[in-house]
Design a protein around this ligand. Structure first.
Ligand SMILES: [Zn+2]
Length: 472
């Protein structure tokens, strides 16, 4: 069996075949660094990590590009609100993103182009579109993409014209455009842009790039530089980006080059927290640093995410996270036991179990990254492996090696420093008791509980949104 992936463009699971094997060019939309990324964003980044690792494990030579959106409406507004220049405001969030990525064991992309450092490529793309008559200058001085000049617009999202009109953002600059569906490629510099240092000179007027333009220009520039290619093998992101972001990402380079922009489009589903789509708007906001500071094992987060297929919505609950933590612990115990086994012979029932396990994991992931099925095979291997060890079977060494190879993809062996679910439960219980003491104005008891927590290396901090805790 060979790798097959669902392609949003065709709405089918298709055999995956890159343009120039073994090279695979992969572009994934990166974070907008106006604030900390939430775990919903990281669900997408983790699904992309699984994709990348499975491709590499299958022998492909992946070139992975992830952009950093460090200039757009949100970053500009946030910088202005903080009284900072754009780069001053975004720099700590870029660092935080890399820290969170490393904590979650996500393999770094090969390049992280930043929008603010890729403006010349964006200007060139706009110039090509103007030359071809697919772009025009609006009455407000911004440059727009003329959707009517690109007949295949809407192919990815499959929205009809009426839906596109309602979907199009209604902005104050509506009358500046020829057609309400048209989107801005380049926004004329406003005083706020100048104030935070988010304006660049261009032959068609001083301004700043639109978000959609950024991704198209950066991906084309990077695959040209690395691989002399003009078409991406895979473009991935969250489902919320299909329209308009990815639709526009396709329109811009295809209208400019006449060549296909990306062959496979993969989209990861949402993360729900207690049934609601996670977003800052709903207030059910959880950052990866919240998890890290509470000592949650990244392996548990990874396992929790693998247990739901990337094209299905995932519910994130404390109970599910604790259950994943227990699974990770069981896996760690089995791995240790295989290592302690004296009979490290190459042959034996354990080696046979390992061969079946590896074949099952491969078949599951080849089937549109079916990670839940791969995890099922993994825990079946753990259970049957313990049974075989109890019966004194040989073959522990190849079984351990097979487990390590699978961990090269799933990467869910427990971290040594992780907090177990038991400690987390104890802390929650102690914090509730402290809350009660404070409400009853029993500050002596509250201080005693704080000291009790500190004795187990748990530091606490009272914030307007409640008490936060972390491992000291
Ligand atoms: Zn993008």
């Amino acid at each position: 069996m060979t790798l097959a992936l669902y392609n949003t463009l065709t709405r089918r699971v298709e055999p995956f075949a890159p343009l120039a094997p073994p090279r695979v060019t992969l572009y994934t939309c990166g974070p907008t660094v106006w604030n900390f990324a939430h775990i919903g964003n990281f669900r997408t980044f983790l699904f992309e990590d699984l994709l990348r690792r499975h491709l590499e494990h299958s022998g492909y030579d992946v070139f992975h590009i992830m952009n950093l959106t460090d200039v757009d409406d949100r970053t500009i507004k946030a910088a202005a609100a903080a009284g900072k220049q754009l780069d001053q405001h975004t720099a700590p969030y870029v660092l935080a993103f890399f820290e969170d990525r490393d904590y979650l064991r996500i393999k770094p992309a090969h390049v992280y182009p930043r929008a603010t450092e890729s403006v010349p490529a964006m200007v060139r793309l706009v110039e090509r579109l103007l030359e071809r008559g697919v772009a025009y200058k609006g009455e407000d001085g911004s440059i727009y993409f003329a959707i009517a000049k690109f007949p295949t617009y809407g192919r990815l999202s499959r929205l009809d014209t009426r839906e596109l009109k309602t979907g199009a953002r209604v902005a104050s600059d509506e009358y500046a455009k020829d057609d309400p569906r048209d989107f801005a490629l380049w926004k004329k510099a406003e005083p706020l842009d100048e104030q935070v240092g988010a304006a660049w000179d261009a032959p068609f007027g001083r301004g700043r790039p639109g978000w959609h333009l950024e991704c198209s220009a950066m991906s084309l520039e990077q695959i040209g530089r690395c691989c002399r290619a003009e078409t991406l093998d895979i473009h991935a992101g969250g489902v919320d980006l299909i329209f308009p972001h990815h639709e526009d990402e396709i329109a811009q380079p295809e209208a400019a080059t006449g060549r296909a922009f990306a062959r496979h489009w993969l989209h990861g589903e949402f993360l729900n927290v207690r049934g609601t789509k996670m977003s800052k708007r709903f207030g059910n906001f959880l950052t990866v640093r919240d998890l890290r500071e509470q000592g949650v094992d990244a392996a548990a987060v990874r396992l929790l995410f693998w247990q739901t297929h990337y094209r299905k919505a995932l519910d994130f609950t404390d109970e599910a996270l604790a259950a994943a933590g227990a699974g990770v612990k069981r896996l760690g115990e089995f791995y240790e036991r295989l290592g302690e086994e004296e009979k490290g012979e190459r042959e034996g029932p354990l080696a046979d179990l390992a061969t079946k396990f590896e074949a099952d994991v491969r078949a599951a992931l080849d089937d549109d990254l079916n990670a839940p099925r791969a995890c099922g095979a993994l825990f079946e291997f753990v259970r049957d492996g313990h049974g075989a060890l109890d019966a004194g079977a040989g073959g522990a060494a190849p079984a351990r090696a097979a487990l390590e190879r699978a961990m090269g993809i799933l990467d869910i062996l427990p971290s040594s420093k992780a907090v177990d679910a038991e400690l987390a439960r104890w802390v929650d219980e102690r914090l509730a008791a402290r809350d009660k003491a404070r409400k009853a104005k029993d500050f002596k008891e509250a201080d005693r509980i704080r000291a009790e927590l500190l004795a187990r290396d748990v530091e606490i901090e009272d914030t307007p949104s409640g008490t936060r805790w972390r491992r000291a």
